[in-house]
Design a protein around this ligand. Structure first.
Ligand SMILES: *Cc1c(COP(=O)(O)O)cnc(C)c1O
Length: 413
């Protein structure tokens, strides 16, 4: 959806220079067409097997994006009560929502049940008990699934591997079995599925197939004990290309999964976040100051680690490209923010041609970008813009200092 016209960068039919002039920088910009096609590609790859695609809200949770996905027929995977409110506000249906997370609070469980949530993905025996007693108190049956930690290595960054024994997520298959037996006896619990989520930015098929095998073994064991399972939820975690990664081909991923499911009555559920939005978004920023020392050239931009923390947090690499191409000499630049931390860099050693006041686009910023931003250094969070063909709409205005101060008060007047 990104292309150049006379050296100027466009998202769909909208000039990024125009957006910068109209809305300022730093600004997140998303392509509706890119989100739509990523969702449709994933959804249609599973056309041969009953399935639900529950978009992982935490990847990019602006209500316009959620509204678009709800219109496309997506369900949602949430990890907090706040995300449930977003989904409902955006027109999503609670019964198509699954609720994941190791530390659901009582109010969140209550809120999910009274909203008519599709499934609570239970991550511990203690949580199962808690859900049962809240359901009993509310006289509402709780649809549940147990999150199994399949102990498979997703071969990704350690911070985003979640399906290894040493991770805090889910329970072992043995413990899950005991939890299902417990749940089966409880009149307020309604067993609907089994789930797992093994990590993020995964580019290999084997970990997913291993996880599915574990889920199917447990499913067979449960059925032999008369406990029926309606859906198998494989979580999200599919990787995208930021630089030279070779992401899984959706069609072959789907073919392998549906083949393992052939002859099985259970439907499939997925919780993809990153592959739906990562490459549909970018962060538009302006170069503030250029400075060099004997060793390095620094381009200080108006975006910082508070706007996009992936490089600082995971050492993530994202492409940086000038919005207007110059043809002067290229130099190697470290692209850094104005925040007082050496970890405040967006990119290092980029061979580009730069001048002060130039606009830059930091690509592949649609997932885990804006949602992880903060007010560190009292910086207002960026604006968000959704581009649709030749139109663009501000879907979140830039935060002002008054927005921040509105939540604070002086100790005395
Ligand atoms: C984060 C998360 C996802 C989405 O992961 P992606 O890598 O963005 O696809 C799905 N399910 C759960 C439980 C998660 O925590």
């Amino acid at each position: 959806m990104l292309h150049r016209v006379d050296g100027d960068l466009y998202m769909e039919q909208v000039s990024l220079t125009e957006i910068a002039e109209q809305h300022g920088t730093p600004t997140y910009i998303y392509s509706e067409t890119a989100i739509r096609s990523a969702y449709e590609a994933f959804d249609s790859a599973f056309a041969t097997h009953p399935h639900t695609v529950c978009y992982a809200v935490k990847a990019c949770s602006n209500i316009s994006i959620l509204q678009l996905l709800a219109e496309l027929g997506a369900g949602f995977d949430i990890v907090s009560g706040g995300e449930l409110t977003r989904v409902l506000r955006a027109g999503g249906e609670a019964r198509r929502v699954v609720f994941s997370g190791v530390g659901k609070q009582n109010w969140e469980i209550e809120y999910a049940l009274t909203s008519g949530i599709g499934c609570l993905n239970i991550e511990s025996a203690s949580e199962l008990q808690r859900v049962a007693s809240i359901a009993a108190a509310k006289q509402l049956r709780a649809p549940v699934s147990v999150r199994v930690n399949p102990d498979v290595d997703p071969k990704t960054h350690p911070y985003i591997a979640t399906g290894l024994k040493e991770n805090k997520f889910g329970v072992s298959a043995t413990e899950a079995l005991a939890m299902y037996q417990q749940a089966a006896k409880d009149p307020w619990l309604d067993i609907v599925g089994i789930d797992c989520h093994i990590g993020s930015q995964i580019t290999e098929l084997e970990p997913f197939l291993d996880a599915l095998r574990k889920l199917l073994e447990l499913c067979d064991e449960l059925e032999s004990q008369g406990i029926e399972i309606n859906h198998l939820d494989l979580g999200g975690g599919l990787g995208v290309r930021y630089r030279d990664e070779e992401p899984l081909d959706t069609e072959s991923f789907a073919a392998a999964i549906t083949q393992s499911m052939s002859g099985r009555p259970q439907s499939l559920l997925f919780e993809p976040g990153r592959i739906i939005v990562a490459n549909a978004g970018l962060l538009l920023t302006r170069v503030n100051t250029l400075k060099s020392n004997e060793d390095r050239n620094f381009a200080v931009i108006d975006a910082a680690m508070n706007d996009l923390i992936r490089p600082a947090l995971y050492g993530a690499w994202q492409e940086v490209t000038p919005v207007h191409e110059h043809d002067q000499d290229r130099k190697s630049w470290d692209i850094v923010g104005p925040v007082c931390e050496t970890g405040d860099f967006l990119a290092k050693d980029r061979e580009i041609c730069l001048e002060e006041n130039d606009l830059l686009a930091i690509l592949s910023a649609g997932a885990y970008g804006f949602v992880m931003s903060s007010n560190y250094n009292s910086r207002g969070r960026a604006a968000e813009i959704l581009v649709t063909g030749s139109e663009h709409r501000c879907i979140r205005r830039r935060e002002t200092i008054e927005d921040q101060l509105a939540l604070e008060s002086l100790r005395r007047q």
